[in-house]
Design a binder for this molecule. Structure first.
Ligand code: PEP
Length: 260
């Protein structure tokens, strides 16, 4: 736990990388570097759908403390939704987390705030923790902190519509400025902290401070072992959502260890 009573969370988003054979090798490499005494940080691997079962097999065989997550989900339980994957399917294959609303899903697959909200409800019904991604584009950031923040808070409010206060305390929010994803350019730790404070304050007003204090907020966007130490001391940042660096076992574990 960090000084605020929250367990830091590190999530590796493998995106559309790794065939099943490659995913098994990467999961094994990460599991070999992940020792049992790394209990003070929760660590989640999010491979592509087709790799979930095999990666889960690696983690179970290893009796690893690493957790499994998916990169997306559909909100219906079952039915004629070609190509879609339900929360129940994710749960059965071993997922305890699922990313929703990643900016790449919003940009390339037209995912809307309303879709994100439906996914969040469906995941919670299935007992899977949603990791809700929010974040502004460069134009909004350049327009000023206030504009960027109000856009982000609108995304947060839309994603959480209709949830009860206690549910809100169990979800995870990842602040990922779009201009920092995969670009090598991070937000400054101060910017990320300010956005995290604004999100927590907004949720404190909406669902009570006790619940808002429990909710974890991650930063994502070009986090690397070389820059992570700047983000760790930020009191409202409770871990990271890692893209590129999660494909390198050593880099990913080094990132996680920074939060121990
Ligand atoms: C991401 O895709 O969520 C991400 C943060 O990517 P990267 O770490 O590569 O910027």
């Amino acid at each position: 736990m960090n000084g605020n009573g929250r367990t830091p969370l590190i999530v590796g988003n493998w995106k559309m990388n790794k065939t099943t054979g490659q995913a098994v090798v990467l999961a094994q490499d990460i599991a070999n570097l992940h020792y049992r005494d790394y209990k003070t940080v929760e660590t989640v691997l999010c491979p592509p759908f087709v790799d979930l079962k095999s990666v889960n097999g690696v983690l179970e065989y290893d009796r690893s403390a690493l957790r499994l997550g998916a990169q997306d989900v559909f909100w219906e339980i079952s039915g004629a939704y070609t190509g879609a994957i339900s929360p129940e399917m994710l749960r059965e294959v071993g997922c305890s987390y699922c990313i929703v609303g990643h900016s790449e899903r919003r940009a390339y697959f037209g995912e809307t705030d309303a879709d994100v909200n439906r996914k969040v409800h469906a995941l919670l019904r299935a007992g899977i923790v949603p990791i809700i991604c929010v974040g502004e584009g460069l134009e909004l950031r350049d327009a000023g902190d206030r504009q960027a923040e109000s856009f982000i808070l609108e995304q947060v409010e839309a994603a959480l519509e209709g949830l009860n206060d206690r549910d809100v305390s169990t979800i995870v929010i990842a602040y990922e400025p779009i201009w920092a994803i995969g670009t090598g350019r991070t937000a400054t730790p101060e910017q990320a902290q300010a956005v995290s404070v604004a999100i927590r304050a907004c949720l404190g007003e909406r669902c009570g401070w006790e619940n808002a204090r429990k909710l974890r907020i991650l930063y994502g966007g070009s986090l690397k072992p070389e820059n992570v130490a700047l983000f760790v001391p930020m009191p409202d940042i409770d871990g990271g959502l890692i893209g590129g660096a999660s494909l390198d076992a050593r880099a990913f574990i080094d990132l996680m260890k920074a939060w121990l």
